[in-house]
Design a protein around this ligand. Structure first.
Ligand SMILES: [Zn+2]
Length: 88
């Protein structure tokens, strides 16, 4: 009788097959982090690692997850905040 093979340990070096979908979810909703955890069955630690791989970081001003490059500002001094927090 065939048994299914045991689950392989998560390798941090391997990109998650749904990484871009996960990143879209996390950056698209204010509670996207929780949504992604639930939808893809991830724990907080795993999801945070995946987001770093996808260059997604939390804005220190509002905790919204955005692409890392958004936190760099637009040419001038990097302010480390997302577009919503940046004074216009
Ligand atoms: Zn922000």
């Amino acid at each position: 009788m065939m048994r299914s093979s045991p689950p392989l340990p998560m390798r941090a070096a391997m990109p998650h097959p749904h990484l871009s979908a996960i990143a879209d979810l996390v950056t698209g909703y204010v509670n996207g982090f929780d949504r992604a955890c639930a939808q893809f069955g991830l724990d907080v630690q795993t999801l945070e690692t995946l987001l770093l791989d996808a260059n997604v970081e939390a804005c220190p001003g509002c905790d919204w997850y955005v692409d890392s490059h958004e936190l760099l500002g637009e040419g001038d001094a990097p302010d480390g905040h997302c577009d919503n927090c940046r004074p216009s």
